[in-house]
Design a protein around this ligand. Structure first.
Ligand SMILES: [Cu+2]
Length: 262
């Protein structure tokens, strides 16, 4: 049987240890948050959204972060409360702690699940009729991008995709070799390119600019360099560029422009 003084001493020491651990954890959380927030900007960040899908995914990320922080804070408060439990009421306090420790995470996680499920139909909704379609082929290890404008000759780009702002674009994703994954973090989520089938992804840019896309599935020795630029232009600039790309090629010979047949 422990001495009352000895028992109180242990409790105070435990409280002190918990407070010290919380201080260290608080410092680490602040440090990690500062480092993480510094990495939120840039041309390849899903936390600097420039597209409708990316905005929804970023919102989900921040709600999940807030939910995790709330659960962590609640559990820490309950842990401190537990160390201060009075012996006479320990049984009653233990029941409260168990109840709150089960209820709080359940409510927070259920809310996050409902929010995530609510976003799903918006993220995979098919595009409206007449949406611009761009074929993307995953090569080893580069991206072949093929435009097929209606009533005009098709043309291809390498490691570059041009898009209009404020318009949905549907990507048809092909692969004839291995599995790749098409991802422009600033514009939306990722979708795999799987040999033998054509996957679809709809993106809707909301800002002009140059964003970086990448392959998000290890596909061989050149995987790390399999990146591309997604250039989002104003509608006028994009449609002018599209019309120019479909024009016959002009070659400069001895200072003269010579038009070749398409
Ligand atoms: Cu790849």
């Amino acid at each position: 049987m422990s001495h009352p003084q000895f028992g109180r001493f242990n409790m105070e020491r435990t409280c002190q240890q918990v407070c010290n651990v919380l201080r260290v954890l608080g410092f680490l959380v602040c440090l990690l948050s500062a480092v993480s927030l510094a990495a939120c900007a840039g041309v390849q960040s899903s936390l600097a959204p420039a597209g409708q899908a990316a905005e929804r995914i970023a919102a989900l990320f921040w709600w999940m972060t807030a939910g995790a922080a709330l659960v962590w804070l609640g559990i820490m408060i309950l842990a401190i409360y537990a160390t201060k439990a009075d012996g006479a009421h320990r049984q009653q306090q233990a029941q409260r702690i168990i109840l709150l420790g089960a209820v709080l995470p359940t409510i927070v996680l259920a809310g996050l699940l409902a929010y995530g499920l609510h976003l799903l139909p918006q993220l995979i909704a098919p595009p409206p009729e007449g949406t611009l379609r761009i074929n993307v082929y995953g090569e080893q290890w580069w991206w072949r991008v093929r435009y097929e404008p209606v009533g005009r000759p098709a043309f291809e780009l390498a490691n570059e995709i041009r898009l209009p702002v404020a318009e949905p674009v549907e990507f048809l994703l092909h692969s004839h070799n291995v599995i790749h994954s098409f991802w422009i973090p600033s514009l939306g989520g990722k979708v795999d390119l799987i040999p033998g089938r054509v996957n679809r992804l709809t993106l809707h840019p909301t800002k002009t600019g140059v964003f970086r896309g990448t392959c998000a599935e290890y596909c061989g020795t050149g995987h790390a360099t399999m990146a591309f630029n997604a250039i989002v232009l104003s509608r006028e600039e994009f449609h002018l560029w599209l019309a120019q790309q479909s024009e016959p090629v002009r070659e400069s010979v001895a200072g003269r422009n010579v038009e070749s047949q398409p």
